[in-house]
Design a protein around this ligand. Structure first.
Ligand SMILES: *[C@@H]1O[C@H](CO)[C@@H](O)[C@H](O)[C@H]1NC(C)=O
Ligand SMILES: *[C@@H]1O[C@H](CO)[C@@H](O)[C@H](O)[C@H]1NC(C)=O
Ligand SMILES: *[C@@H]1O[C@H](CO)[C@@H](O)[C@H](O)[C@H]1NC(C)=O
Ligand SMILES: *[C@@H]1O[C@H](CO)[C@@H](O)[C@H](O)[C@H]1NC(C)=O
Length: 455
């Protein structure tokens, strides 16, 4: 497969291999010291039907660094072998960075939380609010300081933080990779207030599909299969909420076939990164999410992102060609630049997504790769019927430029030959400050016009 191919190519570049620095491998590539290391999340024990969705403090490379590559997968903690999605489905994961008081990061606990009864501005669907999902000891309140940056889909002024690493079931076959001198800069202590240090939290959402009545219903989080009436915050579910993250939260269970007996399995998230020490030559990469559910009318309006959506069954066709559901949004990046990497996140049933600039030119098309392995879907990395990878865009740096608050049109397609709940259409963009001079900012304009002219 192409990812395997890529790794082989990389391997041929190795000039020297040394084990150093807290177990990291050091390779010298193009005169540069590149470190690589695999990290593991805490082990969790999953039984058939179980959902885990905790936030946990996890290990991360120490120091002021520029991260070059990232890969991950969920493995059996006892054998180290990859666990197929048909057994343990990875709904999503993300690594979230922020500052905490020195000495306290290991003391922060994770979900579930007592109901905070937060107001919900986003109708029935769920918007990720990582900080609200974590229980902080009073002495360890996170600070953001200069780390604070407005995200495309930030839902309020204090939606802080930065999560450059996030994806779902497709992760196993995607290598996030930035060419030198680009990288995601971490451990920059000037971002934090005195007395604080950088901490990384993993939110990994898994659903144990062994022996369940309806695997697709379970990973589309259909509420009737979870027997829940309130969400993780204790809010009653609206009558018209049929499925999505509000029904498959931490420690819920999906309905099992009668008499299912399977041993609990010890699992953990394995994430492998390579990095270089930060110096002046590094070109920092920023990350953004574009969300197809953003329903704002204009890039200058407040974002209205829901994170997930439902798709009604198509009524006028019977094939995947006839039944395509398209959801599109118009969004702008708070800070533009050169596009370095872009990749889509969709669930099973996804048919891909595209990003267009304001002039209507396609900047990136990213398509799901479906597993072709054995019928039972047991071949890890190639599970039949599951989205096991995504094609991505990594244009030559400098060749694709996105302007600050340019109206980007993002469309997400799904097959609606079946109805679906809780699907996602999220494009992850990695952008670096442009090498050329910053272009003139765009004037305020009517978004209808932009959408129309793009068609
Ligand atoms: C569903 O939940 C109710 C209470 O919330 C419980 O009484 C019932 O046994 C549950 N049903 C199943 C099938 O788990
Ligand atoms: C089916 O209906 C949808 C809107 O309901 C439309 O977008 C689509 O083009 C129709 N497909 C066919 C094959 O007529
Ligand atoms: C999405 O669907 C639309 C309408 O059928 C089609 O024009 C477009 O090419 C599709 N995009 C992708 C990425 O498949
Ligand atoms: C579509 O979803 C609704 C509820 O969300 C369900 O009642 C209906 O049976 C579903 N239809 C099909 C064809 O799956």
């Amino acid at each position: 497969m192409w990812t395997v191919q890529r790794r082989r190519e990389r391997a041929t570049l190795v000039v020297a291999l040394l084990v150093c620095c807290a177990g990291a491998i050091l390779e010298v590539e193009g005169g540069e010291k590149v470190y690589t290391k695999s990290f593991f999340s805490p082990v969790f024990e999953s039984s058939p039907g179980n959902v885990f969705d905790p936030h946990q403090n996890v290990e991360f490379p120490e120091g002021h660094l520029a991260l070059r590559t990232f890969t991950c997968e969920v493995v059996d903690a006892d054998t180290g072998e990859p666990i197929p999605l048909s057994e343990l489905y990875v709904h999503h994961w993300f690594l979230h960075k922020f500052g905490v008081k020195k000495g306290f990061k290991a003391l922060l606990s994770s979900a579930p939380l007592p109901a905070p009864h937060l107001p919900r501005r986003y109708a029935t669907h769920y918007l990720r609010k990582p900080l609200h999902r974590m229980a902080f000891r009073p002495e360890a309140q996170p600070v953001q300081g200069r780390l604070k940056r407005r995200q495309v889909c930030a839902d309020d002024e204090d939606d802080l933080g930065d999560d450059p690493f996030a994806a779902g079931a497709e992760s196993r076959n995607i290598e996030l990779s930035f060419p030198a001198p680009y990288g995601i800069v971490t451990g920059d202590m000037s971002e934090y207030e005195e007395g604080y240090e950088e901490a990384w939290y993993l939110n990994l959402h898994t659903i144990d599909l062994r022996g369940v009545v309806d695997p697709r219903g379970c990973f589309e989080c259909r509420c009737d299969l979870y027997n829940v009436t309130v969400d993780v915050d204790g809010h009653p579910l609206p009558d018209d909420y049929k499925g999505g993250l509000r029904c498959c939260h931490h420690l819920t269970n999906c309905a099992l076939k009668p008499g299912v007996q399977a041993k609990p399995r010890r699992a953990q998230f394995k994430y492998t990164m390579s990095w270089v020490d930060y110096d002046e030559s590094v070109r920092p990469v920023r990350s953004y999410f574009l969300d197809a559910t953003d329903s704002r009318a204009s890039v200058y309006d407040r974002p209205e992102c829901k994170g997930e959506y439902d798709i009604p069954k198509c009524t006028n066709g019977t094939t995947h060609e006839e039944c395509i559901h398209t959801l599109q949004s118009v969004e702008g990046l708070p800070m533009g630049g050169d596009l370095i990497f872009a990749v889509l996140h969709q669930h099973s049933g996804g048919l891909g997504g595209s990003l267009f600039n304001e002039a209507g030119e396609k900047l990136c098309e990213s398509l799901p790769i479906y597993g072709q392995g054995d019928e039972a879907g047991n071949e890890a990395g190639n599970e039949a019927g599951f989205v096991v990878g995504m094609t991505f865009c990594n244009p030559k740096p400098g060749s694709v430029n996105i302007r600050t608050m340019e109206a980007l049109r993002f469309e997400s397609n799904y097959s609606n030959i079946l109805n679906r709940t809780g699907v996602m259409g999220i494009m992850k963009l990695y952008v670096a400050q442009t090498v050329a001079e910053e272009m003139e900012p765009l004037a305020v304009r009517d978004i209808e016009q932009v959408v129309n002219s793009a068609e």
